[in-house]
Each structure stands twice: as structure tokens, then as C-alpha cells.
Design a protein around this ligand. Structure first.
Ligand SMILES: [Zn+2]
Ligand SMILES: [Zn+2]
Length: 332
């Protein structure tokens, strides 16, 4: 099969992903073999390629927002039939027995595997996943539109939940890439007013087009105090600015897997019961709840499509804030 893989992490400007012939994977045990149609491009892929996340498998095929059809099932796989359309997310498999898994917090599992990071992912014609960790994809969505829902969408949704935002509230979104452009649609469905803080003028424009009441620069103070904020941009200097914009008792949720160091700040910014918390992965329940809601709203995904062989170009564009909405690799 054709695949894009990374041998050793390097700056994306050096185009380190190699487009190669790789061996076809074989479904074993409870795995399904998926013929990939589309794979979303996530900022986490950039962190894997550039080495901000320490390598766990080398070489590795990135990509964890996979949509495709089941080609074969392993001998113990019963849930799906050949030809079914499914989505494969970041959380590849959990142990099922640690204290977190037993407590319904499988996103915090002690021994998880991650698609496109600790195991090969979807920048390829075929990929494998355990049948219990894939999602059926709602019929209404095309492959390319569905792909970004699998991480940008689900993580954005979990971030909104953990921010504690309530209907009618005021929400700040910091960074307006793939995750924020989906989260704003959920927020508006909940009758929430959204304020977008993002460095790129094109992203500010997109936020306003999508119904933000105000858009400004990354560390600009919005014109109203916020009930909650979600930070998607991986820049630590946003944290004090977001806390400063918050009402008493509000929460800042950090939606990324990686962030540059957070500068020190006065205790005063946190006092008055403001909360600062991270969001790590998601549970399967988050994914099921979000995909149901996405079909119901319905969510519209802004996408920019690249051929699989151009994964380096897609990631360079992502790094340069040049993507409107989400980048998607077309594979099938
Ligand atoms: Zn576990
Ligand atoms: Zn992701």
C-alpha cells in the first residue's frame, strides 16, 4: 500500500514525511482492516512529525481522524461487516483494567495506545483498529467532511463540556483552526455567545462568518467578561490572557496535547475560584455523543483537501495558519 511515514522527527519545513510503499497490514484478533478514504490532518500530527511529542514508534504512519470502509475483519471481530463505513479516532485502545478505565475515565488510561503515534495511523491506504474503538459514521456526511470530526470535533466537544459553559453564556475560543470552527457550531447550537481570539486575520474573519460576536488578536481582551474559555492554540502566553478575560468562578480549558511553557502570573488572575484545567484525549462516550449531536445540528465542516502524497504540504499549511477550517488528506 501507499503510505506517508515519518522516520525521525524534523521541522515540517524540511518535508520529512516520506511517501512510500509499505506492507499491507493484516487484521488480527479483534481488529478491523479499514480501506482509508480520507484522513483529517491534526495539529497533533505536527507535534508527532516535529518531535514535540517524544517518538514511541519509528517509523510511524501519522493520522488519527480516519474515515473508510471495512475491508476485512480479524477472527474475533464481530461488530461490523465488510463494507461498513467507520471512523478511527486518536484513542486507539485502552487497557480496560486500570483504575481510570474502571472509573469511566478511559481517556486517562495508564496503558493506552494512540492512532498515528504509538501505532500506525491513517496517512495510508489501509490501517487497523480494534473494533470496539471505531465509530459508525452518520450517513449524511461525506468521507472528507466526517474525518475532522474524529479528533478536532470530539476534542473540541469534550473541551466545551469541561469548560462548564452553559446555555446563554459567554465563551472565549483561543485559536480558530479545525477544532474551534467545529466547537463554535456546538456552542451556537447551545445559544452561547462566542468571542474568538486568534492571531491570523483570515481565522478572525472565518470566526465572524461563523457567528462569533467578536474576533480579535490572540492576547487581546474581549469586550465582555467570559464565563468560560477554551484554548486550542498551543501557546502558553495565552493562559494568563485567558484567565484575565474570565469572570469570577470561570474555567479555562486547555484543549491541546502540547503547549509551550506557560509564563508565571499573579495569583490574582486565578483567585476568585477561577479554574485552569487541561483536556486529555476523550472517552468513547464523548465520541458517540458528539457524532450524534453533529448529525443533529447538523455540523458543517469547512475543509481543504490534499492528496495523500501531499501530506507535507498540508502540514506546512496548517503550521502557517493557511487552512480555512480543517485540512483533509484524500486517500481512496
Ligand atoms: Zn486503562
Ligand atoms: Zn488530533
Amino acid at each position: 500500500m501507499k503510505a506517508c511515514l515519518i522516520d525521525s522527527p524534523a521541522k515540517i519545513e524540511t518535508n520529512p514525511l516520506q511517501f512510500v510503499d509499505a506492507p499491507d497490514p493484516v487484521a488480527q484478533g479483534d481488529q478491523v482492516l479499514v480501506h482509508v478514504a480520507a484522513c483529517g490532518v491534526c495539529r497533533t500530527d505536527l507535534h508527532v512529525v516535529e518531535g514535540e511529542l517524544p517518538p514511541h514508534k519509528s517509523p510511524v504512519i501519522p493520522g488519527h481522524q480516519v474515515v473508510g470502509r471495512i475491508e476485512k475483519v480479524g477472527p474475533e471481530a464481530r461488530r461490523f461487516s465488510v463494507g461498513d463505513r467507520v471512523g478511527i479516532p486518536w484513542l486507539h485502545r485502552t487497557c480496560g483494567v486500570c483504575e481510570y478505565c474502571r472509573a469511566g475515565k478511559e481517556n486517562l488510561c495508564d496503558a493506552p495506545t494512540f492512532t498515528g503515534y504509538t501505532v500506525d495511523g491513517g496517512y495510508a491506504e489501509y490501517t487497523l483498529a480494534p473494533e470496539k474503538f471505531v465509530y459508525p459514521i452518520p450517513e449524511a456526511l461525506t468521507d472528507e467532511q466526517a474525518a475532522p470530526l474524529l479528533c478536532a470535533g470530539i476534542i473540541g466537544f469534550r473541551s466545551l463540556r469541561l469548560s462548564g459553559i452553559e446555555p446563554g453564556g459567554k465563551l472565549g475560543l483561543y485559536g480558530f483552526g479545525a477544532a474551534a470552527h467545529l466547537a463554535i457550531q456546538v456552542a451556537r447550537h447551545w445559544k452561547v455567545s462566542v468571542y474568538a481570539m486568534t492571531r491570523d486575520a483570515r481565522h478572525q474573519k472565518l470566526a465572524l462568518e461563523m457567528g462569533a460576536v467578536w474576533a480579535g488578536g490572540t492576547v487581546d481582551q474581549p469586550p465582555a467578561k467570559l464565563d468560560a474559555a477554551v484554548v486550542f492554540a498551543p501557546a502558553g502566553e495565552i493562559v494568563p490572557a485567558a484567565l484575565k478575560a474570565l469572570k469570577k468562578g470561570g474555567t479555562v480549558a486547555l484543549g491541546g496535547i502540547y503547549m509551550s511553557p506557560i509564563p508565571s502570573f499573579e495569583y490574582n488572575l486565578l483567585y476568585q475560584e477561577r479554574v485552569l484545567r487541561s483536556v486529555a484525549n476523550n472517552t468513547r462516550q464523548d465520541g458517540e455523543d458528539f457524532l450524534r449531536l453533529a448529525a443533529q445540528i447538523p455540523i458543517h465542516t469547512e475543509i481543504e483537501v490534499f492528496p495523500l502524497r501531499d501530506a507535507n504540504r498540508a502540514l506546512n499549511s496548517l503550521k502557517n495558519d493557511a487552512i480555512r477550517g480543517a485540512a483533509v488528506l484524500q486517500v481512496g
